[in-house]
Design a protein. Structure first.
Length: 119
């Protein structure tokens, strides 16, 4: 039996983080393809319409990957502090987990710069 929904909340937040991370990766890939011209965007003007889509895609790639990193950082940091309270020698392992989470946000930032450089 699960008391007070604690385990269900943790599982639900892990699912949300996984969905946001996958959505961020898909969005970043699609945005990069639009920015480089691999996917044609129908516009009425010469460049005007596609330019706004590229700005939106760059901003959205940062937002989605940042949200995924923030949610997962809250979950992992809480667990890391609790684990280090019991076993202080696992500090280095918890830092590695946090570094991998930050890599998701940095990946979204790099992709948004790549999108903006192709304008």
């Amino acid at each position: 039996m699960v008391r007070k929904g604690g385990l269900i909340t943790v599982r639900a937040s892990k699912i949300v983080v996984a969905i946001l991370a996958l959505l961020g990766a898909i969005l970043a890939s699609t945005s990069y393809a639009i920015a480089t011209g691999q996917i044609n965007v129908v516009t009425t003007e010469e460049k005007g319409g596609a330019e706004y889509i590229v700005y939106f895609a760059a901003a959205l790639s940062i937002v989605v990957t940042g949200a995924a990193a923030a949610i997962s950082m809250g979950t992992v940091s809480t667990a890391a502090v609790g684990a280090m309270a019991e076993k202080p020698e696992i500090f280095s392992k918890t830092i590695i987990y946090i570094v991998f989470i930050e890599a998701i946000a940095i990946y979204g930032l790099i992709v948004s710069f790549m999108i903006l450089m192709k304008i």
